[in-house]
Design a protein around this ligand. Structure first.
Ligand code: PGA
Length: 238
């Protein structure tokens, strides 16, 4: 089942998204959260930090798995997704960062093996309770780019030109954007008990429409979510 919430502002999207995540943590303190990077989730993380400071949420038993990481960047690199998560969320709440937060290792010698280990670890925690997702302009979720088939496992990928261009805003020069990454595949994402997809801005409208109402195809990776039993989409045009 898909619940579609169109809200008026990014602030509302962020508050609503944080509320949904907080409800999952409250009902299951040892929950497993699948987390996402990108600009859209930042407001959600800000709200979760405020909620934590106000004593409304406790991360002490929460376990997290991030969707993806650039290949070749270590956690100290400011452009890495490990660094993003530490700075936008983990360093500001009472999560056990060393033991309970997981981001695929973009420095792993063999990213295929890293993917197998990552999936095994997710399964050992009983899978993901709630997976937070953004959506790329090309319809990607995580770094699952448009392709001829859906890939189930966590796996290495080559980024699309449009993704590199979209992400160049975070780097000094476009040439600095890594061209390869590792991403959770559709298996762990679709096995999540609940999915929360957030999209912000007029520019995401067309791809969101395609993903939610168009044909289910690996050419629009997010379209696979139409087959998931519990998806909430929050969209704000501004
Ligand atoms: P954004 O990225 O939140 O920065 O728009 C979403 C994505 O590419 O998954």
């Amino acid at each position: 089942m898909l619940t579609y919430l169109q809200v008026a502002t990014y602030e509302e999207l962020s508050r609503k998204g944080a509320d949904i995540i907080r409800e999952v943590i409250t009902s299951k303190p040892q929950c497993v959260l699948g987390l996402a990077t990108g600009s859209t989730p930042i407001g959600i993380y800000d709200n979760l930090i405020s909620d934590y400071q106000a004593g409304k949420v406790d991360f002490s038993s929460v376990v997290t798995f991030n969707l993806d990481e650039y290949a070749g960047l270590d956690g100290e690199n400011e452009q890495s997704y490990r660094y993003f998560m530490d700075h936008h969320l983990f360093n500001h709440v009472n999560i056990n960062k060393e033991q309970n937060t997981n981001v695929p290792d973009g420095m792993a010698f063999d990213l295929m093996v890293e993917g197998i280990c990552y999936d095994t670890l997710i399964e050992s925690f009983g899978g993901i309770d709630l997976q937070l997702l953004g959506i790329g302009l090309d319809g990607h979720i995580g770094f699952n780019e448009p392709d001829d088939c859906f890939t189930k496992e966590t796996h290495p990928v080559t980024l699309d030109e449009s993704t590199i261009e979209a992400n160049a805003r975070f780097f000094e020069r476009k040439e600095d954007v890594p061209t390869k990454a590792i991403t959770m595949g559709m298996g762990s994402i679709m096995a999540a008990k609940q999915i929360l997809l957030v999209a912000n801005g007029e520019k995401k409208k067309a791809i969101l429409e395609k993903a939610l109402n168009g044909p289910i195809t690996p050419r629009v990776p997010a379209s696979i979510l139409q087959l998931h039993p519990n998806v909430t989409v929050i969209y704000s045009e501004v």
